[in-house]
Design a protein around this ligand. Structure first.
Ligand SMILES: NC(=O)C1=CN([C@@H]2O[C@H](COP(=O)(O)OP(=O)(O)OC[C@H]3O[C@@H](n4cnc5c(N)ncnc54)[C@H](OP(=O)(O)O)[C@@H]3O)[C@@H](O)[C@H]2O)C=CC1
Ligand SMILES: O=C(O)[C@@H]1CCC=N1
Length: 281
């Protein structure tokens, strides 16, 4: 995929705190888009991850959060929810001195918690991106605390817009549902891909052929969903010849409780977001 170049949408440096899976996707997407790694710093304690980010994208790596955050206009907190409180507490003095725009991508953790742990009085944006950001085809839900002014909201949105569309959410409670649908969502499609591939092999297909057929089918269906102005059920009906093969499969999904299963899975992920907030306060 070719992503058009555009400059990094932030004046000043961006410090990523945490350089794991999601930070890697965001950094990779940002650098591919802007061709500019000079303004991106990352704090990551795992040497192999830190070195990998420097090698692959040219960003500066630090082993301490404060060293990366020092002087940066935007802090993007990309550590696990379970360590967020400790990381924020460690950065609180610097946050009060510097007053950066703080963006957290952690599941569950609220803007109120983040602001409190960082010492208060800060612009805090909660963002929920997903890993397709790496290829510029992510999507991000955004929620800002009331201290975030319009320019700061625009700054946060511009940063995440560089790796796919953004959607502002008015009610922070809904960020847990955003997380369940689109933050975690790529994993559900990868699970479906794994299952379809295994089922194709079970029906006698060579593994490489099964893989190619599944990959292009998911890409083709996703492209139709996004590029045609037609709802999913209409597109599904068009594949489903009466008495044909698709009908046999769809009936099998429906009698197996597919919709209820998806509903339970999304509800479980949403509830887990709430638990992560409460358990790590
Ligand atoms: N993966 C995804 O698809 C998405 C993840 N998220 C959110 O992004 C956040 C990160 O997730 P993910 O990237 O998957 O997790 P990872 O565990 O891959 O990345 C987090 C990284 O932060 C490091 N870290 C721990 N403490 C510090 C510290 N004090 N300073 C700097 N770095 C530190 C961790 O090191 P160590 O392993 O040694 O602790 C780890 O390498 C989570 O809060 C998650 O909810 C949001 C959207 C999608
Ligand atoms: O699984 C998680 O908790 C994170 C948040 C969304 C995707 N990964």
């Amino acid at each position: 995929m070719t992503i058009p170049d555009s400059p990094l949408p932030i004046a000043g440096a961006i410090a990523f705190i945490g350089g794991g899976n999601m930070a890697r996707s965001l950094i990779g997407g940002l650098v591919a888009r802007s061709r500019d790694a000079t303004a991106i710093r990352v704090a990551e304690p795992v040497v192999a991850l830190r070195d990998g980010l420097h090698r692959d994208f040219g960003v500066a790596g630090f082993d301490q959060a404060a060293a990366a955050a020092q002087g940066a206009a935007v802090w993007l907190l990309a550590v696990k929810p379970q360590v967020m409180r400790a990381v924020c507490t460690e950065l609180a003095t610097l946050a009060q001195a510097q007053r950066p725009v703080v963006i957290s991508i952690a599941a569950g953790i609220t803007v109120t918690q983040l602001e409190r742990w960082l010492g208060g009085g800060l612009a805090v944006v909660r963002a929920m991106p997903n890993t397709p950001a790496l290829l510029g085809v992510g999507i991000t839900g955004l929620y800002a605390n009331p201290r975030t002014d319009t320019a700061q909201r625009d700054q946060a949105a511009a940063l995440l817009d560089a790796v796919g569309p953004t959607v502002w959410i008015d009610d922070e409670a809904q960020m847990d549902a955003v997380t369940a649908v689109s933050g975690s969502g790529p994993a559900y499609l990868f699970l479906l891909a794994e299952a379809m591939q295994a089922a194709g092999i079970a029906q006698g297909l060579p593994p490489q052929a099964a893989r190619a057929l599944v990959q292009q089918t998911l890409l083709g269906a996703a492209t139709m969903l996004t590029q045609l102005d037609e709802p999913a059920d209409v597109l599904r009906t068009r594949v489903t010849s009466p008495g044909g093969t698709t009908q046999a499969a769809v009936e099998s999904f429906e009698t197996g409780g597919f919709r209820a299963l998806v509903d339970r899975a999304i509800a479980a992920a949403t509830e887990r977001g709430r638990q992560l907030s409460a358990a790590n306060d």
